[in-house]
Write a protein that binds this ligand. Structure first.
Ligand code: C5P
Length: 413
């Protein structure tokens, strides 16, 4: 039994000197049972001949968008693929994919692909650090694409830096993790809240916070990729709605509460990433308040509803996941929140200093479970953190399924 039996992988090879390492990678993938189709760019052919890949994959290698034997190779290649792996991925391939450019077979196929994508970059360290490469990497990661970190070490240029193709072991582990995550959330109904809330003071002023919504959107996107039905309830953000999720926009904490309560009985898992404002103005002026109309310099505030605590009291079968934003004593404060709101799991965001989770593309989490487990997820791009968090929540959700009233099953028999 191979690790990748019956898996269909498209291996994209771009024009980097590291293309020779794709030969060994292909060999291992095939030895592990995968059916691999190789697509090469013209530049890649300067480094390794297609024949090498053809012999090892036992399939013809595609390089030409306008092949004489086939009209739409870019569509055929990914039609039944489980995964597209681009190794090595050059700065050019990353840029084209981020921008949606499609001027050769590999880039056109990437644009047409609906299966998960992994990029294993290889380039000179100065290129990897270039703002445009960083930007394209961020764009791709923001869309849920896995862009691996290249490794540190000696580079073809003679320099030492970060830019080496990730090791074969790291690539294979990433492929294995990606394949095992496919459809593992099928059957789950996930309610995710994200972003800040906004509490009006008058017609134009409001109280809000700096939450970007990126973590919640990444979780919604990742759960949908993994087969869950997802409803995202979001406060005001600048983010596009994630693909394959139903989205509802709200503004205030009360609206968020209403939207979540409406769907709570439907959900199997609630993930409350929203930074719900804790206070709102007791009185909201319908017009813009003139400066001289302010009664003194203080606002009369009242508490907003604690949505999570109130849903927790209505819990029947749902797994409840809360987030906590803490500057210090992460474990202690997280544990308090876990008990106060009777949660199954709490994920503590670290929000102090320049690496604060707020608005950042990266995050690290300390996770505490009801069973007393503590787990630390090291700093990584939010989409990756989202997947790791879902890995931790999934066993709880599956266990819940075993514990849920069998009566309903019996009734349906
Ligand atoms: O109490 P605290 O704000 O630290 O708790 C954070 C968790 O509770 C988050 O999951 C947040 O979404 C949720 N929360 C809520 N309603 C509030 C405040 C926070 O549901 N009013």
């Amino acid at each position: 039994m191979g690790k990748f039996d019956n898996k269909r992988i498209v291996l994209g090879v771009a024009g980097s000197i590291a293309a020779y390492k794709a030969v060994s990678l292909l060999r291992t993938l095939v030895e592990e049972g995968a059916e691999v189709s190789v697509v090469m760019t013209l530049a890649a052919k300067q480094f390794v001949t297609p024949l090498t890949f053809e012999v090892l994959s036992k399939r013809s290698v595609s390089t030409d968008l306008f092949s004489e034997s086939e009209t739409m190779p870019h569509l055929r290649l990914t039609e039944s693929a489980d995964l597209v792996l681009v190794a090595p991925a050059t700065a050019n391939t990353l840029a084209k994919s981020a921008l949606g450019l499609a001027d050769d077979l590999l880039s056109t196929m990437i644009l047409a692909a609906r299966c998960p994508l992994i990029f294993a970059p290889a380039m000179d360290g100065e290129m990897w650090d270039h703002p445009s490469v960083m930007e394209h990497t961020q764009v791709l990661r923001g869309r849920g694409v896995t862009v691996m970190e290249p490794e540190d070490g000696p580079l073809a240029s003679g320099q030492v830096g970060r830019g080496r193709l990730p090791s074969e072991e790291a690539i294979l582990n990433t492929v294995a993790a990606c394949l095992s995550r496919q459809h593992d959330w099928a059957g789950q109904r996930v309610l995710v809240s994200a972003g800040p809330t906004r509490e009006p003071i008058d017609a134009i002023r409001f109280i809000t916070n700096g939450s970007s919504g990126k973590m919640g959107y990444a979780i919604a996107q990742a759960a949908a990729h993994r087969g869950a039905q997802v409803l995202l309830v979001s406060g005001p953000t600048n983010l596009p709605s994630p693909a394959n999720c139903e989205s509802t926009s709200v503004v205030t904490a009360e609206e968020m509460q209403q939207a979540l309560e409406d769907k709570f009985s439907w959900a199997t898992v609630l993930i409350m990433t929203a930074a719900v404002g804790d206070f709102r103005s007791r009185v909201v002026a319908p017009q813009k308040l003139k400066k001289d109309e302010w009664a003194g310099e203080s606002l009369d505030l009242e508490r907003t509803p604690d949505i999570l605590a109130s849903l927790s009291k209505q819990k029947t079968h749902q797994i409840l996941v809360g987030f906590a934003a803490e500057t210090e004593n992460h474990v202690e404060n997280g544990r308090k929140k876990l008990h106060q709101k009777t949660l199954d799991l709490v994920a503590v965001n670290h929000i102090s200093g320049p690496d604060s989770a707020f608005g950042n593309d990266m995050n690290e989490l300390t996770i505490l479970t009801k069973a007393g487990e503590i787990l630390h997820l090291d700093r990584a791009a939010k989409p990756l953190i989202a997947h790791r968090l879902l890995d931790v929540i999934l066993p709880l959700a599956l266990h819940r399924a075993l514990d849920t009233p069998r009566i309903s099953n019996l009734r349906s028999l």
